[in-house]
Ligand binder design. Structure first.
Ligand code: GLN
Length: 303
């Protein structure tokens, strides 16, 4: 498969499309980004790498980081994590409080904010230095170093009232062990991670490679765990637009309100797009368009 030719073709088409939607502004620091940024990078299990546009510029990965926190918790705690977080699509917005009460504080899945907060709580209880240990885990995934953005974390902390509400609510229902403030600080740091399309696609390549890193052959997750993480991305990676992404793109993926989308074709590649304007569901408008055209043109999807 001549991926660079195909990416070039789709990139040229989608670059010309006027991005619709809005840059996220509920986290004030995110609104400062140039809305016209557009980058894409693919990393394959055959060790082929190719990027176009702003693919080397770091951006705020936001909820794409929820895949990293899930993988780390899953690696440390194994199947016990599913007692505290479910694996069902929520069909609601990423920061919704709606279902929690009826579900007794068990979030529908680890990719909505409620679920990611519970995963953060697990990590805090099980890591000696949660922030450093998280960065050390990420450092194993590729040759790249990623860092938190203290500016973005502070900006979200100032305005993150909904996450404060979510965390306190789950605590009241008995599914947060640590102090909400500690959990929220770690969660905001997690969301503030910055990486480029190139770095992210290399970092997540293990999910296309049966759980092993390509550069060092290190087992991050078992084959079965990898299948499960990809399955949750397929069904829950885009909140109340997960069905739409599955329908249009046909591979698992995860979005973030910084405009990034990471998608995995198991056995083949990981691909990351970045375009900051979001549709009304909080997913990158151009990123979804790009990936839809890309999987259509390659005629490759998991279906
Ligand atoms: N930090 C963001 C929040 O909690 C992440 C949301 C997202 O990327 N969908 O609201």
């Amino acid at each position: 498969m001549n991926y660079n030719h195909l990416i070039q073709k789709v990139y040229t088409k989608i670059e010309a499309v006027a991005p619709q939607g809005e840059v996220a502004s509920y986290i004030p620091e995110l609104s400062k980004i140039n809305p016209n940024k557009f980058g894409v990078h693919i990393s394959t299990t055959q060790n082929f790498n190719f990027g176009l546009g702003d693919y080397q510029e770091k951006f705020s990965i936001q909820s794409v980081s929820k895949v990293i926190s899930l993988c780390l918790a899953y690696k440390i705690l194994g199947e016990t994590i599913w007692k505290r977080v479910d694996v069902e699509p929520s069909g609601t917005k990423f920061n919704s409080l709606l279902q929690l009460e009826a579900d007794n504080g068990i979030p529908r899945n680890p990719f909505i904010n409620a679920g990611a907060l519970v995963i953060c709580d697990m990590l805090i209880s099980n890591l000696e230095n949660p922030e450093e240990d998280l960065l050390a885990f990420i450092a194993n995934l590729s040759d790249h170093k990623v860092e938190f953005s203290l500016k973005i974390a502070a900006s979200e902390k100032l305005t993150g009232y909904r996450n404060v509400a979510l965390c306190n609510f789950i605590k009241s229902l008995g599914n947060i062990d640590n102090e909400p403030e500690v959990v929220l600080d770690f969660y905001f740091k997690l969301c503030s991670l910055e990486a480029s399309c190139e770095e992210l696609s290399q970092l997540f390549l293990f999910l296309a490679n049966q759980g092993k890193t390509l550069h060092s052959n290190l087992e991050i997750l078992t084959k079965s765990q990898t299948k499960r993480v990809n399955a949750i991305m397929q069904t829950c990676g885009f909140y109340d637009e997960s069905g739409e992404f599955s329908f249009r793109v046909g591979i698992p993926g995860k979005s973030g309100v910084g405009g990034g989308i990471m998608a995995i074709h198991p056995g083949k590649y990981s691909i990351v797009t970045w375009s900051p304007k979001l549709n009304e569901k909080g997913n990158s408008y151009k990123g979804m368009r790009f990936l839809e055209d890309f999987t259509t043109l390659t005629e490759q999807s998991i279906f």
